[in-house]
Design a protein around this ligand. Structure first.
Ligand code: NAP
Length: 314
C-alpha cells in the first residue's frame, strides 16, 4: 500500500485541488490526500505532511508528525501560529523562486534608477524634461538580507553594473559585494544605499527595523523596495520620510494587512508604488518537485531536509 502524505491547507477549493494534482504527479509512489479526507486511524501514523497556511488545530491531530514541508518560502505565519509545535518545519527554498525574486529586484531597481515614477508625473503634466541618469556603478543598491533570495538578487544587480552591498546577521561573503553584519553594520549599509531592497524575514529583531531613525540614515533622495514583510518598515515613519522629501519613492510588495485595506493612505500616496505581494510567487511545478524530493529522500534514505531555526525565527 502506498504511504499516505496529507496536504494540510487553508486555501480555496480550486487552489487545493490544483496543489493535490501537482503534488500527486510529483509523488507517484505515495498517496497525497487532502487533510479532511484522512481518517482517524490513518492520522495516527502520519510522520510527514505537506502544508500551505495550515490550520494549527489540524496539525495537532497528527500525534506522530516528525516534520512538515511548507510550500511557501516565508515562515512568519507558522512561527506565530505554531509556537510550541513538537515537529520540524521545512520551508520552500526554490531556485526558481530566487530567480523570480532577482528579476523583481532588477525590475524595480531599474524603475527607481531610471526615474520612471517622475516621468509618469511629468507625462500627466505634459512636461518634456530629462532627469539626470547616473551610471549603475554610481548607484549603490543595498540589500537587507542576504539569504536564499537576497544573495541571488544581489548577484543579478551586480551583473547589471550596480554597486551592490548587503547586510545579514552573520557576515556574508559574496564576490564583488560589500557586506555588513549585525546591529553595528546596519548604519553603515543604510548610509550608502541609494536604493534599499528589503529581504529579511520578519522576526522580533526585524519588526520596525526601518523606523524614523534608521530611515533617516539613508542618503537624501534614496528609494526603498520592500519585498519581505510589511511590519519590517514602520509605515508612519516611511510616509513622513517620503513627505519631507528625504526619500524619493517606495515600492511596496508586502503590507501589515493583506490585501491592503481600501482606506489605507499608502494607496493614494504619490510616492508609493503598491504591488499585491507578487514579487516571487510559489511555482506549482518546481515547488512540488522540491517537496517530493525531500519526502522521498527522507523515507528512502533517512535524509532529513534543512529545517527552520525556531530560536532565530526563520
Ligand atoms: P533566508 O534564506 O532565511 O535569508 C534571510 C536573510 O535575512 C539572511 O541573510 C539572514 O542573515 C538575514 N537576517 C535575518 N534576521 C536578521 C537580523 N536580525 N539582522 C540581520 N540580518 C538578518 O530567507 P529568504 O528565503 O532569502 O527570504 C527572505 C524573506 O523574503 C522571507 O522571510 C519572506 O519574508 C520574503 N519573501 C517574500 C516574497 C514575496 O513575494 N514578496 C516571496 C518569498 C519570500 P543570516 O544569513 O546571517 O542568517
Amino acid at each position: 500500500m502506498k504511504k499516505m502524505i496529507p496536504f494540510v491547507a487553508r486555501l480555496d477549493g480550486d487552489e487545493t485541488q490544483l496543489w493535490l494534482k501537482v503534488l500527486q504527479d510529483a509523488l507517484p509512489d505515495y498517496q497525497v490526500v487532502a487533510f479532511d479526507q484522512v481518517g482517524d486511524e490513518q492520522r495516527a501514523g502520519v510522520e510527514v505532511a505537506i502544508i500551505a497556511d495550515p490550520d494549527p488545530a489540524d496539525l495537532a491531530l497528527l500525534p506522530k508528525l516528525k516534520w512538515v514541508q511548507s510550500l511557501w518560502a516565508g515562515v512568519e505565519r507558522l512561527m506565530v501560529e505554531l509556537p510550541d509545535a513538537n515537529f520540524d518545519i521545512v520551508r520552500l527554498t526554490d531556485p526558481q523562486l530566487a530567480a523570480d525574486m532577482s528579476e523583481a529586484a532588477l525590475a524595480w531597481t531599474l524603475y527607481l534608477h531610471r526615474d520612471m515614477p517622475a516621468y509618469r508625473v511629468q507625462q500627466e503634466k505634459k512636461i518634456w524634461q530629462h532627469c539626470e541618469l547616473p551610471l549603475p556603478s554610481q548607484r549603490c543598491v543595498g540589500f537587507l538580507g542576504l539569504g536564499k533570495l537576497g544573495t541571488v538578487a544581489a548577484r543579478r544587480l551586480l551583473d547589471n553594473g550596480f554597486d551592490v552591498c548587503g547586510w545579514s546577521r552573520s557576515k556574508a561573503d559574496i564576490d564583488g559585494v560589500a557586506t555588513f553584519a549585525g546591529p553595528e553594520g546596519l548604519g553603515k549599509i543604510l548610509k550608502r544605499s541609494d536604493i534599499l531592497i528589503i529581504l529579511v524575514p520578519l522576526t522580533a529583531q526585524t519588526r520596525d527595523l526601518l523606523d524614523e531613525k534608521t530611515l533617516g540614515l539613508l542618503p537624501h533622495g534614496a528609494g526603498v523596495i520592500n519585498f519581505a514583510r510589511g511590519p519590517v518598515i514602520n509605515n508612519r515613519a516611511l510616509i513622513k520620510a517620503l513627505d519631507s522629501g528625504h526619500l524619493s519613492h517606495a515600492v511596496l510588495d508586502v503590507f501589515d494587512i493583506e490585501p491592503l485595506p481600501q482606506d489605507d493612505p499608502l494607496w493614494n500616496h504619490a510616492k508609493v508604488t503598491i504591488l499585491p505581494h507578487i514579487s516571487a510567487r510559489t511555482n506549482y511545478q518546481t515547488a512540488s518537485a522540491l517537496a517530493a524530493g525531500n519526502i522521498v529522500r527522507f523515507f528512502e534514505d533517512g535524509d532529513m531536509p534543512e529545517t527552520v531555526d525556531r530560536t532565530a525565527g526563520y
